[in-house]
Ligand binder design. Sequence first.
Ligand SMILES: *Cc1c(COP(=O)(O)O)cnc(C)c1O
Length: 345
Amino acid sequence: MAQAHLQIDLSALQNNWRALDAHSATGVETAATVKANGYGLGAGHVAHALAHAGARRFFVAVAEEGLAVRAAIGPDLPIHVYSGHMDGDARILRDAKLIPMLNSVEQLTRHVEALPGHPFGIQLDSGMNRLGMEPAEWASVAQIVLGQRPVLLMSHLACSDEPDHSMNAQQLAQFHEMTEGTGLPRSLSATGGVLLGPEYHFEMTRPGIGLYGGAPFTSAQAVVRLSIPVIQTREVLAGESVGYGNSFIAPRDMQLATIAAGYADGIHRALSDKVTLWAGDVPCPLVGRVSMDLLTIDVSDAPEPPDWLDLLGPHQGVDDIAGLLDTIGYEILTGLGPRYARRYL
Ligand SMILES: *Cc1c(COP(=O)(O)O)cnc(C)c1O
């Protein structure tokens, strides 16, 4: 089999949830964000494992994502939808018992007309200008809305991965101003906000990336290991070229392994000539271009020809790869393709 293995350590995931939960006081609920198919790792498996660890509430981005989560966690635990109530969502919200986080008066109207009495929350814009009701909009409907008992008021921080950024305190103050005295449960923080400290926790936090082992939760346990099988090894002589465009010319005689993954699997072509894989503890640099389904790796330093090489594992995490590409671990994780055999530990 030439299928690469994406190993997902569910007990590390559970430990990360427990560790983030321990950052806030006992009375603060730690929910879990499992959008984008559980950050690419399989929403059903991830939600099921987190529910076993103690998570009692889940968040997805769009209503359709709620189905797999609902199937995995059973009928009772609440699932919230960040994008709120979009046109055509009523049936899925009702059947899967999802709670839309309403983002505008338009969504509010749609929701009460389509699903009167169905639970909802409200998303407020405290300064990020992405989703949620703005202060003036909220002020104009707050009294009526509060009479309908939303289950949660939430907002989202734009700069929580930079603890010293003045935007954090600014949004905190704005969120207080918009929600003080409502007596309703409130949530402001994702992973970054959990780490900012208790004044950011309110009644509920909703981390995502930290659960999956990514920054800014730097003490997280690694959750993913990506191991790619060797299809073929060959010797190349000094001066021979390797791969598309002849972009690599062997500077000396070398031992090369051709392995079964490429840019179609989320291994960005921009990693050509840049990244190192690992044969156990031995670093083995990628040479030449990343192809759609294949990589060529210099395994000259491996004591014996390896059968597998790790791109992600104990020596290298998603944030290390992200650093090479000037992006963030979230993008690497959610970009891991569908062709891997996902194996759950
Ligand atoms: C994605 C998201 C989260 C989780 O964020 P992380 O940084 O992954 O912890 C929380 N809230 C909202 C609104 C989000 O979009």
